[in-house]
Design a protein around this ligand. Sequence first.
Ligand code: CP
Length: 293
Amino acid sequence: YKSLLTMSDLSNKDIINILHDAKKFSTSHKDWHFTKSYLVANLFFEPSTRTHYSFVSAEYGLNCKVVDFNANASSLKKGESLYDTIKTFQMLGYEAMVIRHPEDEYFKQLESIDVPMINAGDGCGNHPSQCLLDLYTIYEHFQTFEDLNVVIVGDIAHSRVAKSNDEALTRLGANVKFAGPKKWMIDTKRYMDLDQACKWADVVMLLRIQHERHEQETALSKDTYLDMYGLTKQRYETLKEKTIVMHPAPVNRQVEIDSDLVEASKSRIFKQMENGVYVRKAMLKYVLQEEFE
Ligand code: CP
């Protein structure tokens, strides 16, 4: 088996293979499933709608036996550590685990636990399943990553989505720039003014403001944020014909994006969620090293 914790666990060839498998799960292999019914645990130590329940959907679709861990009703409440919790699941016979945890690189403390793991998000660190579904959505539209102009907009510093996408898209040949409040930039050399970026980009990737990871509340009102750093109707009008708009969601409507644009023709926001199920099936196939017959 393998684990899939960060995008650097995958070669470019692995990424393309996962995207091809995901495409099959959306078309010819919609009903394909594992011949063995693996016992899989989803352990979410942070809130989630899309990632958690699209893994559940993918797991059921692949014929897994699925268990959702409830942290609030567990022995974590008695002070048990993350390591002891995950080791316990291994000893109980769980054959794969999907884990989201607020600590950056929480998985480093689990290295000695011999079970396939998928990282469903670690703090401000990595979000490989979101990244792969974003890559799938981009590839579906452009059939390439080479020389694509991608601007990632907003709370870059606290975003695991931005980190994983920057790493993978750059490796695959895209030009990645950042826009938004300067205090949230991670690489000022690649900063681009948002109005300029909207005219330049093939992909506008918006991010949620990660209030829960801020030490201080942002001083800007919602309307001011939208006007300064969000996708307004005026900015949308300046996008190139083939440009697509993405957001990992949950969306703060009328903050990162004008609410009326969430389902605009260039938006792929809900399509990304659908693609997440195909991609997560492909990730489970990858870590459990199952092959299409
Ligand atoms: N995009 C994403 O990770 O959403 P959830 O937090 O709802 O899983």
